[in-house]
Design a protein around this ligand. Structure first.
Ligand code: FAD
Length: 481
């Protein structure tokens, strides 16, 4: 009897604990992916589906190269997996855990149903350095601040030995039927904005190549360059990590090995490991929120913010999504997102601050936009970071710390290279004025081909006025207590 290897958000053959367990069982392996249609689980956004489409194609090809196949089925996963188990007489099901809201409970129900049929469900942690339900304070409590969390968590990380992809997977005598990936229609058609996603290579090989390029390149100056959207100072591993095309332990090992070889200073490596730590912290926090019954993408961690006077302003929100706010660094970020499915972290913070503070629009609207447009959209990291910027999250930046989009631009994109790339109508502006075109006199604007209000918008809010309005709103919250 075969063992079902249920791929979920672990679309890789190397360093995959569920796959290793299936191999150890010595049974024929039946690889499965279910397009999960469980009601009440949050459906992936459009950019994520684009990625999934490509990633599944890559995984299927990698399996075929090893004499195996990827069986595709759709429907509520609980039913689909149990049906396939009965259909094939499988002796066990192996999978790696996921912690999205609703999934652990669903998985537990499925494991119980399988056990009732004497089929063993074997579950592993393949997506995190540490299982998010494991790290607790000394007294068993929940960490709410990153630094003590990381001080406690980091020594617990055991990156382990690499488990390379097997050369072959033993095939079952009969293959069950499979859907065709193309029939799932995951690739967007109307509108197919994803043409600009061409720099991505979803799949395990693409992930490994990214990690390799990063470790031999940007990692050397990561601590400083990671804040510079005008440089390629980061890894761009986030969508690969989200879909589990590479394991965070493999990233950890590769960065530490570069330090051991003396190629990269420890401080640079530590900073990178700490960013992987934020991914862990967000997963840990989201799971705790769910345990309280609070969906992380809906409920303020700091419940005082439940009374926050958010504004309803569809016109301003639309200008923000389109990158037409009149603030060049904000617009550049939102256009990078729309065009490539990804945005630099520094700029994510700037645009999120702009939405929640300058426009006083609820962070949940921004979170939803990112959910739909990011290829790395992740329930824990997206909600966690939005709440962090909005001031209502775990270990959040204080609300009254309001980014000035002009000085942020001047500091982190000093030559305007990033803005020039994504807001081409400002490409000819001198570096000194590119982050505040309204401050330029008419002659300069006209020499650069810029007519404010015509070729590029006037700022939709005045920074000083918006800042005061945000501070007043925050003050009203404190007065309410
Ligand atoms: P690197 O700088 O190379 O970092 C390496 C890895 O560490 C990343 O791939 C990521 O897995 C992790 N990481 C880095 N920073 C963070 C962070 N602040 N929080 C959690 N993990 C981090 N990241 C997502 O993966 N999915 C999201 O949906 C997401 N939404 C965000 C929303 C907002 C408003 C903000 C401010 C940040 C968000 N981030 C999200 C975090 C961060 O912006 C991205 O992880 C990062 O930009 C990815 O680029 P990279 O892989 O080059 O990062």
């Amino acid at each position: 009897a075969p063992v079902i290897l249920w791929f979920r958000r672990d679309l890789r053959l190397a360093d995959n604990p569920a796959l290793q367990a299936a191999l150890r069982s010595a049974a024929p392996i039946l690889p499965l992916y279910v397009l999960d249609e469980t009601p009440d689980l949050r459906a992936p956004g459009a950019a994520s589906l684009w990625w999934l489409d490509k990633s599944l194609a890559a995984l299927a090809a990698d399996l075929e190269a090893r004499g195996s196949r990827l069986i595709l089925r759709r429907g509520p996963a609980e039913r689909v997996v149990a049906d396939l188990e009965r259909e094939t007489g499988a002796c066990g099901v192996c999978w790696n855990a996921m912690f999205d809201p609703g999934v652990p409970a669903r998985d537990a129900r499925l494991a119980e149903a399988l056990a009732a049929e004497a089929v063993e469900a074997r579950r592993f942690n393949g997506g995190h350095l540490l299982s998010p339900d494991k790290v607790r304070t000394k007294t068993g409590g929940q960490f709410s601040v990153f630094t003590p969390y990381w001080r406690a968590a980091r020594p617990l990380v055991n990156p382990g030995e690499p488990a390379p992809a097997p050369a072959a997977l033993s095939a079952p005598a009969d293959w069950p039927g499979s859907d065709r990936l193309a029939n799932w229609g995951l690739h967007p058609t109307r509108p197919d904005w994803s043409k600009g996603f061409k720099d991505w290579t979803p799949g395990e090989a693409g992930a490994a190549a990214r990690l390799d390029a990063f470790v031999h390149g940007a990692l050397k100056a990561y601590a400083g360059d990671r804040d510079r959207p005008d440089r390629e100072g980061i890894s761009r591993l986030s969508p690969h990590l989200h879909f589990g095309e590479i394991s965070p332990k493999a990233c950890w090992r590769a960065a530490q090995a570069a330090a051991l070889r003396g190629e990269v200073p420890d401080a640079q490596v530590d900073k990178f490991l700490a960013e992987l730590g934020w991914r862990e912290f967000n997963a840990n926090t989201a799971l705790a929120a769910e345990a309280r019954g609070d969906a992380p993408e809906k409920v303020n961690v700091d419940r005082r913010f439940d009374a926050f006077p958010w504004r309803d302003d569809p016109k301003a929100f639309a200008a923000w999504t389109k990158g037409m706010t009149g603030y060049p660094i904000v617009d550049a970020g939102l256009r990078q997102l729309w065009t490539t499915g990804w945005m630099h972290n520094r700029v994510r913070m700037v645009v999120a601050s702009f939405l929640t503070k300058h426009l006083l629009i609820d962070w949940r609207a921004g979170e939803t936009w990112f959910w739909d447009t990011l290829v790395d959209a992740d329930h824990a990291s997206n909600a966690g970071n939005w709440q962090w910027v909005a001031g209502c999250g775990a270990d959040a930046a204080p609300y009254f710390r309001i980014f000035n989009p002009v000085t942020q631009g001047e500091k982190f994109d000093p030559d305007g290279t990033y803005v020039r790339r994504w807001v081409p109508e400002l490409a000819r502006m001198p570096a000194k004025l590119i982050h505040a075109p309204w401050a330029a006199d008419k002659a300069i604007l006209s020499a650069c081909g810029v007519t404010l209000g015509l070729t590029y918008p006037h700022p939709i809010v005045d920074h000083g006025v918006a800042r005061q309005r945000a501070l007043d709103a925050y003050q009203s919250l404190k007065a309410d207590r």
